[in-house]
Design a protein around this ligand. Structure first.
Ligand code: IMP
Ligand code: MG
Length: 184
């Protein structure tokens, strides 16, 4: 069995498309304008949470006009290959940069329980970041276990499992240019 398949799992199918590429781009354009305003004249580190934030980061960063943006990545794992949070956050890769004294904007794909982002905020504050703010493209308010202060939010969505635009199920579907509900 390949490492990216799920024991005993049924093969999901792609269901309702929640957001088209145009809708995603339009919302990111609005958020990028806010970020440009908010960080004008300041340093800014966009810290993407791999792997889910790959598309948001690529598109958002190209919409910014801020001319001192630095990009870095952090890798954490909170989901196994299932649709439920393991509740345990594993640090897989720390940022390369020393974030002490810097303005960090965490860029993530989706806030579900909120556990990953709230853990990450604490982690980055402990490393001495001057400020830590969060952008999440999606949020499932009904599933929140902890409240994450999202300075920038793309869209609220129902508690369905979604994939595409960086988001996966068992490492698949990340390459879809739209965001869809997966039916199991
Ligand atoms: P949380 O810790 O429960 O907020 O979720 C953390 C991570 O789980 C998110 O950053 C995503 O990478 C992943 N995740 C949560 N919900 C979904 C989903 O519906 N589809 C794909 N990935 C998800
Ligand atoms: Mg994520």
């Amino acid at each position: 069995m390949p490492a990216d398949s799920v024991a005993g799992a049924s093969e999901p199918s792609i269901g309702t498309i929640l957001f088209t590429p145009d809708q995603i781009r339009d919302r990111l354009t609005e958020l990028a304008a806010q970020i440009d305003d908010d960080y004008r004249g300041q340093d800014l580190v966009l810290l993407g949470v791999l792997k889910g934030a790959m598309m948001v980061m690529a598109d958002l960063s190209r919409l910014l006009t801020h001319d001192r943006v630095v990009i870095d990545w952090i890798t954490v794992s909170s989901y196994g290959d299932s649709t439920r949070s393991s509740g345990v956050i594993r640090m897989m890769k720390e940022p390369d940069l020393d974030l002490a004294g810097r303005n960090v904007l965490l860029v993530d794909d989706i806030t579900d329980s909120g556990l990953t982002l709230s853990w990450l905020i604490g982690h980055l504050q402990a490393r001495g970041a001057a400020s830590v703010e969060v952008l999440s493209l999606l949020r499932k308010p009904d599933l929140a276990k902890v409240e994450v202060p999202l300075r920038y939010l793309g869209f609220d969505i129902p508690p369905d499992f979604v994939a595409g635009y960086g988001m996966d199920y068992a490492q698949r579907y990340r390459n879809l240019p739209y965001i869809a509900v997966l039916n199991f």
